[in-house]
Design a protein around this ligand. Structure first.
Ligand SMILES: Cc1ncc(COP(=O)(O)O)c(C=O)c1O
Length: 312
């Protein structure tokens, strides 16, 4: 356990990739993880190949070209909910001695078990579903004893220890993890389907939908598809902002996975300080919305969406 998901990720990266080493990661991911890989790790001479989540040929090429210490990806990713094929990635990485670590925050241990699928390590921002109440920061990493011990040794050096109160809140949250996740899974699937049929929605990104590029992978390796739905409003930045201002039930906030539904427009929340060219390069569209289903009744969530969509 550690003080937050970022602490778990940065400690794992520093522990497992040697100075001058190489890692492979994927395009769609939490902004701060990308920032750490691209701006901090290079100070230790560490380089990275960034592949599109389904690009197994790109992974193979990187493994052939470099002595790769680590493959690290979210699955599903943030915010487009792309899913990587964990067994296929393991099959390519294992012969090369490349450790596979999956950030399974969006899936939760209820919906996906990366270690059973072949990953060497699984990482969680426990801030999200595991604690589940939008009121604490914590992180988790699990896997084989040798790898976890290597990360623990680095953790002892860097700090980032979870404090007793956060531990208490996490333990308390875990008691209802399964109930909360099942509820959010169901709401998210219903929401994704309803949005996909709505004339004011241009596109829905949810791995449970047949239209999602990784639907087959998600179906094979996940028990359910999670509580987050990303979608594009049929309109520009301002139409989208108007929709977000019009919903009444969710809080506007950049987190996810708690009992209260949260909504955000990545362009003006998570990426508010990034110029348009950078956002375009990262695929962050102005009309993109990320919605995290809480445990409210689905009918209330949908009634709220309908009245807000009627206003734009
Ligand atoms: C997929 C993923 N991993 C890691 C993190 C970082 O977690 P924390 O906020 O607990 O530091 C986040 C945060 O949003 C995330 O979405």
């Amino acid at each position: 356990m550690s003080s937050c998901g970022m602490n778990a990720a940065t400690t794992m990266l520093l522990a497992l990739v040697p100075a001058g080493g190489h890692l492979v990661t994927t395009t769609d991911c939490y902004r701060r993880t990308r920032q750490f890989i691209q701006t901090v790790l290079p100070k230790m001479g560490i380089t990275a190949t960034v592949i599109e989540p389904s690009d197994l040929a790109g992974l193979k090429a990187a493994l052939d070209a470099h002595d790769c210490a680590l493959f690290f990806s979210e699955s599903p990713t943030n915010p487009y909910l792309r899913c990587v094929d964990i067994p296929a990635i393991k099959a390519l990485c294992a012969p090369k001695g490349c450790v596979v670590c999956i950030d399974s925050t969006f899936a939760t241990p209820i919906n996906q078990k990366p270690l059973s699928l072949g990953a060497d390590l699984v990482l969680h921002s426990a801030t999200k579903y595991m604690a589940g109440h939008n009121d604490v920061l914590c992180g988790a990493l699990a896997g084989g004893a040798e790898l976890v011990q290597a990360v623990r040794s680095m953790h002892n050096v860097l700090g980032g220890v979870i404090d007793p109160h956060a531990s208490y809140l996490l333990l308390r949250g875990l008691k209802t993890l399964e109930l909360r996740v099942h509820h959010s899974n169901q709401s998210a699937l219903r929401l994704a389907r309803a949005l996909e049929g709505h004339p004011k929605i241009a596109r829905v990104h949810y791995p449970g939908l047949e239209s999602h590029p990784d639907h087959a992978i998600a179906t094979a390796q996940m028990a359910a598809f999670g509580g987050v739905v990303s979608f594009e409003v049929d309109g520009d930045l301002w139409t989208t902002a108007k929709f977000i201002d019009a919903v009444r039930l969710p809080y506007i906030a950049p987190s996810l996975g708690g009992v209260e539904s949260l909504i955000e427009q990545p362009t003006i929340v998570s990426y508010w300080d990034q110029p348009a060219e950078t956002r375009a390069k990262l695929g962050i569209k102005d009309n993109l919305v990320r919605f995290s289903c809480g445990i409210e009744g689905f009918d209330d969530i949908w009634a709220d969406f309908e009245q807000a969509l009627a206003q734009i």
